[in-house]
Design a protein around this ligand. Structure first.
Ligand SMILES: O=C(O)c1ccccc1N[C@@H]1O[C@H](COP(=O)(O)O)[C@@H](O)[C@H]1O
Length: 223
């Protein structure tokens, strides 16, 4: 079970995540108007802090632009990219061709128990996606931090269908781990991705919440 916490904006967030036992830290670049969007220099600084303290940095982006991503990867030294949004399989293929050492996490959006990109899954796999991440899509099409959760059976159906490891996102907290007991036991289940649920009332990443999430989800995985 891996725990990724998304949206760090300061070196102190990264240090806190390292101490709380997070495996990955999501760093936003190419998320226009995003609450955790980082400039190229901030991205490089936080990626450096992550490498020094422990959690693996993941570049989280809505972008499909290979020049933007290539520059960010070169400057930050990041080796994992989370394509959050509607990047096409052809874009994944070009990204992998240009950066073969990069691990590509492709988000699949779930709405009403269905995966919006279901028909594209084989093409994504052929294009070189390494890990799929399931996230909830709002009825009005909003993506990311929608406060919605994914139906466990729907997530398990996608895990059955793909041949890559699967991560779960979408409104995850320390309190809803038990709901996903069947999914966490799935052979392709890889870990969770949390943003809102890791924050305090002021919207800051909170060490206590992260440690609680880590403990609760690890327990449920082994139940
Ligand atoms: O939150 C956003 O607005 C967002 C925008 C663009 C890409 C990703 C975004 N959020 C990500 O959504 C998942 C789930 O978050 P939550 O735990 O449901 O709040 C996570 O990766 C966020 O960073």
């Amino acid at each position: 079970m891996r725990v990724k916490v998304c949206g760090a904006t300061q070196v102190a967030d990264v240090e806190l995540l390292a101490a709380a036992g997070a495996d990955f830290v999501g760093l936003w670049h190419g998320v226009p108007r995003g609450h955790a969007e980082l400039s190229g220099s901030a991205l490089a600084r936080l990626a450096d802090a992550a490498r020094t303290t422990g959690p693996r940095p993941i570049l989280v982006t809505l972008s499909s632009d290979l020049d933007t991503l290539g520059e960010a990867l070169a400057r930050s030294g990041i080796r994992w990219v989370q394509l959050h949004g509607y990047q096409q399989p052809a874009m994944v293929r070009r990204l992998k061709a240009a950066h073969p050492a990069v691990t590509v996490v492709k988000v699949l959006h779930m709405r009403g128990g269905e995966c919006v990109e279901r028909a594209l899954i084989p093409s994504y796999e052929r294009a070189g996606v390494d890990v799929f991440l399931l996230d909830a899509l709002a009825a009005d099409g909003r993506i990311g931090s929608t406060a919605l959760t994914i139906e466990p059976a729907a997530a398990a159906a996608i895990a059955d269908r793909v041949s890559r490891p699967v991560m779960l996102a979408g409104g995850l907290t320390a309190d809803n781990s038990a709901r996903y007991r069947s999914l966490t036991g799935h052979p392709r289940f890889y870990g969770i991705d949390v943003d809102s649920g890791s924050r305090d009332a002021d919207g800051r990443i909170d060490a206590r919440q992260v440690a609680l999430i880590r403990d609760k989800w690890t327990v449920v995985e082994h139940a």
